[in-house]
Design a protein around this ligand. Sequence first.
Ligand code: TEU
Ligand code: CA
Length: 556
Amino acid sequence: MINSKWFQDSVVYQIYPMSFQDSNNDGIGDLNGIAQRLPYLKKLGIDVIWLNPIYKSPNKDNGYDIADYQNINPEYGTLADFDNLLKAIHQHGMKLLMDLVVNHTSDQHDWFKKSAQSRNNEYADYYIWRDPVAGREPNNWRAAFGGSAWTYVHERDQYYLHLFAPGQPDLNWENPTVRQSVFNIERFWLDKGVDGFRMDVINLISKPAGLPNVQGTPTVGKTFEIVADGHRLNEFLKQMNDEVLSHYDVMTVGEMPGSTPEDAIKYTGLQSHELNMVFQFEHVSLSPNPDTRLDKWNDKPIKLVELKRALNHWQKELDGQGWNSLYWNNHDQPRAVSRFGNDDPQYRVRAAKMLGVTLHLMQGTPFVFEGEELGMTNVHFTKLEQYEDLESINAYHELVEEKGLVEGSTMLKYLANVSRDNARTPMQWSAKVNAGFSQVKPWYAVNPNYQEINAAAELADNTSVFYFYQKLIQLRHDHEIIRYGTFVELDPQDNEVYAYKRNYKGKTILVMSNFTDKSVNRDYGIKQENKLLISNYTDDQGTKLRPYEAKAYLFE
Ligand code: TEU
Ligand code: CA
């Protein structure tokens, strides 16, 4: 049993390959483009790279619909390009996590094509097929990307389950042969030298017995609730760990929508030997629409006390019990500085740094999403045709046109506020054409603010968000108290300042972040001899915290 804990000392950088760097001028990011940017990532100081899916896929959900798990999507390159990239990542002293999407495959996967043909071939039971009930779908579950979670196939005169799009049929994890097929996929990549996996919606793989209806008006939220953290999940994860993961020195992070700290401790407990950590969703689900039929679509500001309750809940519950991932955003979430800070030009840099201090000094493994280290912002689209994500487009058509639950103009505000498209515009490398991402028109629109916000400008400015993130990462590498210290929340009801302490071996770090555009006063009893570790202002005005001011002191 290999039991090293390098994941606790690491900072991870998430790359959305399609939007990171195009190296062959087809307008699409690729593996050789990533290899070109490894020196940039090394300079930032990150330890691990997580790549969103790069496998063969029809890209109905931008790669989260996999048609061949052991081949690279030609748009990104070849298996040889992958081997070269992995070697270069290791030569730069970094590690690589792949994205393992095994709750479902693409409907173009051979397994599904065969499964859909007959009730009797070897793949018939690889997916979740059910007979019609009274000529209709087998239950009232709703799919995350719109409509029923069931689609009818004439050849079998049955429906198949898809919690996401019809092009993403759910695998039947009750079938032991499916589990062995997944384990073989993991071994294929681990034997190539990959350092671990981010596991897509892994807490959805164990479906409730009998697939019962949800109560009341069926919504996506209720469907995920009845499926998440199913009764055989521990068993499946334990088997995966025993048969595969424990034989390699790997890092694993399970994406677990709807999970609670209690669930997480079951899977990532320091004695559980299943996964190292989870991506929980409590702090990124704080402002669902009061009309639950609209699920996440809203444009309400987030209350700081609610954000603190969500994050502090996980810090306190997992302290000494499990391990947190720490993230503000990813490819499914709007950009951090727009959602939790302030992307108004006069505050953006300060607010981006403030968010960095707030999160990176907590207990857990920080994940930096591409461009977050630059303070990249939401793209503030105003028209439906500017969106490309099926989740955004389907939600607009279903909620505005089919069901008439919301005005189009209002839904466009919701999309601008929380759509995944915000995270998927090309990385902003320079003020050159297409932000230096590609020399031809990119697959997706570049954020118009790339001439002000880009890596080249920030690398030339020692007060940039980039160098501030570099310092935060360095602090984590230098101070055990940041990696292993306990967490103590301060003033949970304070709706302007986020403050907390970390304690370790007789030392204390005090962290305070003003989440407002006003100056406020807070006295945390700091003494002259306490050392200022980091601040997003060049001077220190003691108990006065200026707009978006964040700083941390070390009490030795
Ligand atoms: O997302 C899981 C998930 O819960 C999504 O529904 C996500 O929360 C939602 O899109 C936010 O609005 C994972 C992947 O990260 C996502 O990109 C995929 O679309 C999804 O699974 C299906 O594989
Ligand atoms: Ca390309």
